[in-house]
Design a protein around this ligand. Structure first.
Ligand code: GLV
Ligand code: GLV
Length: 294
């Protein structure tokens, strides 16, 4: 089906990709590769299918792909469980201060049992807010419910009654989401509309006992505003699986904060999910070349 292809032995830079992509019929990419006009021009007119091994597609210029009639595949659904699981793990790690706690235990900070030492915030009786309700937001809420969450609220561009009814979530405004959430978890895609949507305005309306979690894309957060909110005590903590840039430089101020837990974009990183994503990306590519639905 495919006239020209190559298998990467290891990760390559964008400039190497620009050279090697010339003449290919189909391309599998990951979220760190920028698929824009320059890349598509470098590939040339043979390119019929682009298959990304990710659920996010903010690294793709959809307009440019459409203009050239290139079909696009991505990998939703297969990673929902893994991402939801990791989000819960990150939320609990942040709210119960587990990174600080293991550090204290190892480094001699564990003097004796103390009443308020390493206290955090619990899910029982809390209100959990979801910014952008989709498959992943629903899956997170389903997992959090057994922790005795009192109420789920969400916001989105419009109410999503079918998804919301699965988790009994109430549609609220962005302001209400900020002011009512004890835990606010970001589950939206990065688009021009959601870029920097989590900024000073949002953080200033949050409770100073609330926990902010982001496993979507770093670009939805204004990191300077987040740093300010965390260091001033405006909010209690943040758990981030995604940042701008990635990797976040080790000298970044967010790394100096005890109340900020940063993971290296691993939400879908389970063996079974990465295998399923690879298979789906490969299958999308083959179906696309055959002109079948992807
Ligand atoms: C991960 O971030 C993905 O988009 O699959
Ligand atoms: C804690 O270990 C307790 O006994 O309360």
């Amino acid at each position: 089906i495919c006239n020209r292809s190559f298998i990467l032995k290891s990760y390559i830079t964008q400039s190497e990709l620009l050279q090697k992509v010339k003449g290919v019929d189909a391309l599998v990419c990951v979220l760190t590769e920028k698929i824009d006009a320059e890349l598509l021009d470098a590939a040339g007119p043979n390119l019929k299918v682009l298959s990304t091994m990710s659920v996010g597609f903010d690294h793709l210029s959809l307009e440019e792909l459409k203009k050239r009639g290139i079909r696009v595949g991505y990998t939703p659904d297969v990673l929902t469980d893994s991402v939801a699981e990791l989000t819960v793990a990150l939320l609990l790690t942040t709210s119960r201060r587990l990174i600080e706690a293991t550090h204290e235990a190892k480094s001699g900070g564990w003097g004796t049992w103390r009443t308020l030492w390493l206290c955090g915030y619990e899910l029982a009786n809390s209100t959990v807010g979801i910014l952008g309700l989709g498959r992943i937001g629903v899956a997170i809420a389903e997992r959090l419910k057994p922790f005795k969450v009192k109420k789920f609220i969400y916001t989105d561009v419009a109410p999503r009654p079918e998804l919301a009814s699965l988790i009994d979530a109430e549609y609220v405004s962005m302001d209400e989401l900020a002011s009512q959430s004890d835990f606010l978890t970001v589950c939206c895609a990065l688009t021009p509309e959601t870029k920097d949507i989590c900024n000073k305005d949002l953080f200033s309306k949050m409770k100073n006992t609330s926990i902010f979690i982001n496993t979507s894309r770093g670009g939805v957060v204004d990191q300077e505003d987040l740093y300010e909110a965390l260091s001033s005590g405006q909010i209690a903590g943040a758990g981030l699986d995604v940042t701008v840039p990635e990797p976040l430089p080790t000298s970044h101020p967010l790394f100096t904060l005890n109340n900020c837990v940063i993971l290296p974009h691993i939400a879908s990183a389970s063996y079974s999910t990465r295998n399923a994503m690879s298979a789906l990306a490969a299958n999308n590519l083959l179906l696309g070349l055959k002109g079948q639905p992807i």
